[in-house]
Design a protein around this ligand. Structure first.
Ligand SMILES: C[S@@+](CC[C@H](N)C(=O)[O-])C[C@H]1O[C@@H](n2cnc3c(N)ncnc32)[C@H](O)[C@@H]1O
Length: 258
């Protein structure tokens, strides 16, 4: 997808985004806890969520962590950030900017360096991930951590076949992300986490119709309807149960406190 199309996709989806992502009561607390523990967040860290969208996860992290410095919620889509509310919740500061703006030092941050940052399901939108991740790595303080949370190269979602194939064509490989972060001078490694999703089939079909994944925006309305028919035929059960598996790429800048 072109950057312009990505922007348009999220501007349209913004108002409904949280509804689509609140798969069930457990998903956001589960993921937010994984982010906080993998990054070893402390309340004194200077933190950014890059490609934060509506701040679903940053909000939960901030509520648990009570950070001394507000978590920066960085996203190029003003419409997504507006969903944070006005004023934003305690412990969060929205910033309309792209990962590239931060990486290339085109925006002033309230913090000279960052102790921790995460990109959750935003890395696939970066046109030049090697360059942008290197720039982001340069914003880390000694001992700083950068976490990329992304879907793996293949997924077991109950989507129609063509969408699963297109996903595999478009999705970056987490191992390549590890390589980019190592090339940027960080220690980096790959882990995985899995969460079982149970979702009412009609709700899920509605999410597909609303193109809840940006990859679904590459299909016309009639292609989506055909895909939905295929999904209905493949899944007669009323509740869809499937693993939501994520790759967690953790990278660290050497030189922090032991
Ligand atoms: C799938 S959403 C994920 C949002 C949030 N991290 C979450 O998990 O709910 C992808 C987000 O990446 C943002 N995005 C797109 N291009 C970006 C870029 N170049 N830099 C940073 N964020 C970007 C979009 O605006 C969107 O909010």
């Amino acid at each position: 997808m072109e950057q312009r199309d990505v922007r348009g996709h999220y501007e349209e989806l913004a108002a409904e985004y949280d509804e689509h992502w609140v798969y069930g009561p457990d998903h956001i607390p589960w993921m937010s806890a994984r982010i906080a523990e993998t990054l070893r967040l402390t309340s004194t860290d200077r933190i950014a969520d890059i490609g934060s969208g509506t701040g679903l996860f940053a909000r939960e992290v901030a509520a648990a962590l009570r950070p001394e410095h507000p978590i920066l919620c960085v996203d190029p889509s003003a419409a997504m950030l507006e969903q944070l509310g006005s004023p934003p919740p305690p412990g969060l500061t929205p910033l309309v900017a792209s990962a590239e703006d931060i990486a290339e030092d085109r925006v002033d941050l309230p913090y000279e360096q960052l102790d921790a940052m995460w990109l959750k399901e935003s890395v696939h939108h970066l046109p030049d991930p090697a360059r942008t991740l290197r720039g982001l790595a340069d914003r880390l303080a000694p001992g700083g951590r950068l976490l990329v949370v992304m879907l793996p190269a293949t997924i077991q979602y109950p989507l129609f076949e063509a969408a699963l194939t297109r996903f595999e064509e478009l999705q970056p490989d987490p191992n390549d992300i590890v390589g980019h972060l190592r090339a940027a001078g960080l220690d980096a490694g790959l882990g995985h986490g899995e969460h079982e999703l149970r979702i009412d089939k009609d709700k899920y079909l509605g999410m597909v119709r609303a193109r809840y994944m940006s990859l679904l925006s590459t299909y016309t309305d009639s292609e989506i309807e055909k895909g939905i028919e295929e999904m209905r035929a493949a899944h007669p059960e009323p509740v869809l149960v499937f693993p939501d598996r994520f790759a967690f790429v953790l990278a660290e800048r050497r030189g922090g406190k032991a």
